[in-house]
Design a protein around this ligand. Structure first.
Ligand code: NOJ
Length: 553
């Protein structure tokens, strides 16, 4: 494709450093551990690693609370380990993307410490003088967004935890600091940034909201705490002065961006290269985890397709089914079929061939599943603890709240990576910081590596097919159009030049008859042993994926 961006051929693998591989036996994954496992990633076929934060941090939110953007968290290693990782990954043709967490810092960052006494740094954060909580806004992790400064009639603002004070993007000196951090890492050789919580940078007037939406009398931040008009000027500057400094790929965690702003966020002139959508990922609850939904395949399909169609005119998105804030996709989307390899493969293929740059979250390629915990003490994730509190405050029975948290906890995706079936899955020689899933003796990398039918082998095939197969350019550059199909089938057409790919992914328990749109029999790709096509009819087997490829004359 003419003028295609260089990153169109990337397949990105997300690593949550704390849970990937522990090289020194302290029970916590580290950078040297990642370096030791690069050959596994190379063999999988990915081309870039998105590293969740590995900077110095008190780890209240596992690194999403940075206390020094230019230092590595000691539990993850040293700057030499980071340099080595960048170098060794590069030797294998793999680039490193960092997680840029600059909506907030840790309250243990030097800037915040100084802010309490020094007027220059005071303006790096959002303080309000007041003898009472300034408004009724609810933080994303529960409770008020305001924390009192000890010994003063003053509060500071935090979108997330009280130990994650928001940075004041209205202040040009703060913005300059962030830009210099971006350039510093680009000079070190990183290839991009996933930019955390980016829509929260600008806030509205801090007025009290007349319509609270919870029993706590507070209002969630929708409409005034994120995607607020005027944010564009900050993002534009970050791009021009920061990201444009060297070629790099930027991905926005752009929660809640309104459709009319898509054109500003991505595309040739956009603030970012890619953005993530959360509509489909969060289809299983409404508002918060205490309110689960009875979603259907049709709704899932519609959410996916709506977003694909809306974004297509402007640029590309990052496609994903898992990340460190989500539960395991097999458990979420497949329910009783979470352990059914055919279903897991179809789930993988369905999202992998959407229009966008595919992201794979560690362990997804093994078909990892959720792990049901019994006590709140087994959870590390702070939003799980918050939800537990909120559930009990709302008078829900303990068992119900526990069930709802298990269904949604962010710890589901954070269990240590099972490298083999031995003690602690070969993740550590020590005691892992978080329990492994019960399934690790069955679901682990070693047992799947040699099995050509395994989910891991299938992910290798998926990647190779997209990257180097005969239809690769159609997957990478092709447009997408939804295809009408059965209630339990997700179907779409990818088109590029004279090539067409008709894609069907069944999540049904029964075989389905699909009427073929026209002759499309040049080539095919499918899961399951057999492909049944008779004249103009395809029999799609339960949980089967079928792609029919056509090269127009
Ligand atoms: C989004 C990150 O993905 C999540 O893990 C984190 O807790 C919040 N932003 C705050 O940084």
């Amino acid at each position: 494709m003419k003028n295609a961006p260089w990153w169109i051929s990337e397949v990105i693998y997300q690593i949550y450093p704390k849970s990937f591989y522990d090289s020194d036996g302290d029970g916590i994954g580290d950078l040297a551990g990642i370096t030791q496992k690069l050959d596994y990633l190379k063999e999988l076929g990915i081309t870039m690693i998105w590293l969740s934060p590995c900077f110095q941090s008190p780890m209240v939110d596992n690194g999403y609370d940075v206390s020094d953007y230019r230092k590595i968290a000691p539990e993850f290693g040293s700057m030499e380990d980071m340099d080595r990782l960048i170098q060794e990954a590069g030797n294998r043709g793999i680039m490193i993307m960092l997680d840029l967490v600059v909506n907030h810092s840790s309250d243990e960052h030097e800037w915040f410490r100084k802010a309490l006494t020094d007027p220059f740094y005071h303006d790096f954060y959002i303080f309000k003088e007041s003898d009472h909580i300034p408004n009724n806004w609810r933080s994303v992790f529960g409770g008020t967004v305001w924390e009192k400064v000890p010994g003063k009639e003053e509060y500071y603002y935090h979108t997330f935890h009280r130990k994650q004070p928001d940075l004041n993007w209205e202040n040009p000196s703060l913005r300059k600091e962030v830009i210099s951090i971006v350039r510093w890492w680009l000079d070190k050789g990183v290839a991009g940034f996933r930019v955390d919580a980016i829509t929260f940078l600008k806030k509205e007037d801090y007025a009290i909201r007349p319509e609270p939406d919870g029993v706590d009398g507070r209002a969630s931040l929708t409409g005034f705490g994120y995607d607020v008009d005027g944010i564009g000027a900050f993002l534009e500057e970050l791009k021009k002065e920061g990201f444009d400094y060297k070629p790099c790929l930027t991905v926005a965690e752009a929660y809640g961006v309104k459709e009319e702003h898509f054109k500003d966020y991505i595309g040739d002139q956009g603030y970012f290269d890619l953005m993530f959508d959360f509509e489909a990922a969060d289809l299983d609850y409404e508002g918060d985890w205490l309110h689960p939904t009875n979603w259907t395949i049709r709704e899932w399909n519609d959410k996916l397709m709506n977003y694909q169609m809306k974004i297509q005119p402007y640029g590309w998105c990052g496609t994903f089914i898992e990340n460190h804030d989500q539960t395991r996709a097999a458990s979420k989307y497949l329910g009783d079929h979470a352990r059914n390899p055919e279903a897991v493969k179809t789930l993988g293929a369905m999202y992998f061939f959407l229009r966008g740059i595919p992201f794979i979250y560690q362990g997804q390629e093994l078909g990892m599943v959720n792990f049901s915990r019994e006590r709140i003490g087994q959870f590390d994730d702070l939003s799980s603890h918050d939800m537990w509190q909120r559930g009990l405050e709302q008078g829900l029975p303990k068992e119900t709240v526990m069930k709802l948290i298990n269904r949604r906890s962010r710890d589901q995706g954070r269990t240590p990576f099972p490298w083999n079936g031995e003690k602690y899955g070969g993740f550590t020689e020590g005691k892992p910081w978080l329990e492994l899933t019960r399934e690790y003796p069955d679901i682990n990398a070693a047992s799947q590596a040699e099995d050509p039918e395994s989910i891991l082998s299938f992910y290798k095939e998926l990647i190779a097919f997209r990257q180097h197969g005969k239809w690769s350019d159609c997957f990478k550059y092709g447009n997408i159009t939804p295809l009408k199909s059965h209630e339990k089938v997700i179907a779409y057409l990818r088109e590029y030049g004279d090539k067409r790919l008709y894609c069907w992914f069944s999540f049904a328990d029964e075989s389905l008859e699909i009427e073929l749109p026209e002759e499309c029999s040049d080539d095919s790709w499918h899961t399951g042993r057999d492909l049944y096509i008779k004249e103009d009819r395809l029999t799609l087997l339960p949980r089967q994926s079928v792609i029919l490829c056509q090269h127009l004359p």
